[in-house]
Design a protein around this ligand. Structure first.
Ligand code: NOJ
Length: 538
């Protein structure tokens, strides 16, 4: 990627690293910054363009770094500021970009700001957080629930008031109606931007502003038994308030003080609400994360509908993006089934918009069952047995068949997957037919065909289990056919064309095969078709 390319985030492929689980170099069983530096050659071989790191800042780690006690430091568990500076330089030297996680909605209860705020009602920092008197019955001020179980309000004996926390009691929410809070976080952003980071993924950005009157949330009429308890009420007054867009525009102004930076927002909302996060005149987040594929039924018709709804909802000029996995959701290989991982990858990397890969998905890593005594995730600890635990998607990266999978020399902080001896970077890179080799071929083809990056998305009507679409630009047309089904399928469509060849199949064994108006797909097969490419033999 060219330096100074203001479109890099539109054309690039993002890769999320969960630092605790990527590579340990100091033998404590937890990944660190030097580990990421060591593994950069792998990421360049894979062909990604930008790396997003989950939080690396000082933290009591109650929510594994999403509880920050110092916004401008590095937690010693991950290394030092020198290591970080080295990482920035190494990432840029490799031609990649570095995105940090910004967690502005809440701090740790150990952050000096909260310690001050809690110390007395008249402390100048009191209003940096959200304090309310008890309700009429002496209980919490309203019915808002914590996403991690129980009330979202915790009583503070010293001052006789409750403070609000959308997540754990150890994660008090900052008061974003207070201009001093805004300025403090904007300054934090500048510190990292000056160090050369290329942007932020902003944690729970749709949570930042709450109803000014703290009205009770309405019950959720669609609550399903067996789902986590916080879903019993809607979040009508606790999230997605109109004034949040003013804050995001301010954040965007901060990133725009620097050249070529990107603001990505974490937003779990229906598509029609999600797209508001691009902001008026696109002055909000450049990419509000589109998580629609994380919860959809895995079928050609539901995915086709999601794409259509999203493309339709996008404001003019807004750039799309797609996500298949992250550190909060079950691994894609387990969600869609191992047989569909190739189809899922081909979908992610051929849809219109920036793809974000989650570490290990390129190895087909699965959701790991976690024994009760090995649970680390506070969500699972607070709300056990419902399957909400996130440890299973955060297990260590599988580098080799060595002890501890080449991730560490010590017992890793979470158990390794049982399949690591066979499914690891070393063995999969050596196998030309592996899922990892397929990911590499797919990424390489994406680089070769500008229409896969810049082209329009054109749905093509198909039936049954096949999803069919074209990507068209001045550079040419590519046709993508994905069989979501477990039976072979034949498509006859004018879209298939008579002078196209198969450029890539998920099974990697049909390159160059001519198609003549008709395409046979095997079960679980996806293909990319296009005019024959001028390639070297071999
Ligand atoms: C969203 C993050 O992705 C998740 O891991 C975290 O627990 C919550 N925000 C709270 O910060």
């Amino acid at each position: 990627m060219d330096q100074g390319d203001s479109d890099w985030w539109r054309h690039g492929i993002f890769y999320q690293v969960y630092p605790r689980s990527f590579q340990d170099t100091d033998g404590d069983g937890v990944g660190d910054l030097r580990g990421i530096i060591e593994r950069l050659p792998y990421l360049t071989r894979l062909g990604v363009d930008a790396i997003w790191l989950s939080p690396i800042f000082p933290s009591p780690m109650v929510d594994f770094g999403y509880d920050i006690s110092d916004y401008t430091g590095i937690d010693p568990l991950f290394g030092t500021m020198e290591d970080f500076d080295e990482l920035v330089a190494a990432v840029h030297d490799a031609g990649l970009k570095l995105i940090l996680d910004l967690v502005p909605n809440h701090t740790s209860d150990q952050h000096p700001w909260f310690i001050e705020a809690k110390s007395a009602r008249d402390n100048p920092r009191r209003d940096w957080y959200i304090w309310r008197d008890p309700g009429p019955d002496g209980g919490p001020p309203n019915n808002w629930l914590s996403e991690f179980g129980g009330s979202a309000w915790t009583y503070d004996e010293t001052s006789g008031q409750y403070y609000y926390h959308a997540f754990l009691a150890q994660q008090p929410d900052l008061n974003w109606r207070n201009p001093a809070v805004r300025e403090a976080i904007y300054e934090v952003m500048r510190v990292w931007l000056r160090k050369g980071v290329d942007g932020f993924r902003v944690d729970v950005i749709w949570h930042l502003i709450k109803d000014a009157d703290f009205r009770d949330n309405p019950p959720n009429p669609h609550y399903l038994e067996g789902r986590p308890p916080h879903e019993k009420i809607l979040t009508q007054y606790s999230t997605d308030q109109a004034e949040v867009h003013e804050v995001i525009t301010e954040m965007r102004r901060v990133t725009d003080e620097f050249d070529d930076r990107v603001l990505i927002g974490e937003v779990y909302l229906p598509l029609h609400r999600l797209v508001a996060y691009y902001g008026n005149d696109l002055r909000g987040a450049q990419m509000p994360f589109n998580f629609a594929l994380l919860s959809t039924l895995w079928s050609a018709r539901s995915v086709e509908k999601i794409i259509a709804d999203y493309e339709k909802a996008l404001p003019p000029g807004a750039w799309p993006n797609w996500v298949l996995g992250n550190h909060d959701r079950p691994r894609v290989a387990s969600r869609v089934g191992p047989a569909q991982v190739g189809v899922a990858a081909m979908l992610l990397l051929t849809l219109r918009g920036t793809p974000t890969l989650y570490y290990g998905d390129e190895l087909g890593m699965r959701q790991q069952p976690i024994a009760p005594d090995q649970v680390r995730d506070p969500f699972e600890k607070n709300v056990p047995g419902l399957g909400v635990g996130r440890d299973g998607c955060r297990t260590p990266m599988q580098w080799s068949a060595e002890r501890y999978a080449g991730f560490s020399t010590a017992q890793p902080w979470l158990p390794l997957a049982h399949d690591f001896a066979s499914d690891n970077v070393a063995s999969l890179e050596a196998d030309p037919a592996s899922i990892l080799s397929f990911y590499k071929a797919l990424i390489a083809l994406r680089r070769q065909l500008p229409q896969l990056v810049r082209g329009s998305y054109e749905p093509v009507g198909a039936h049954g289990d096949v999803l069919l679409y074209r990507r068209r630009s001045v550079d040419g047309v590519a046709v993508i056919a994905l069989n979501f089904g477990t039976a072979p399928a034949t498509i006859t469509s004018s879209a298939i064309g008579f002078s196209n060849v198969i450029l890539l199949s998920t099974f990697m064994d049909r390159q160059g095969e001519k198609v003549e108006g008709m395409l046979d797909l095997r079960a679980n097969e996806g293909v990319i078709l296009g005019p024959p490419q001028h390639q070297d033999d071999g």
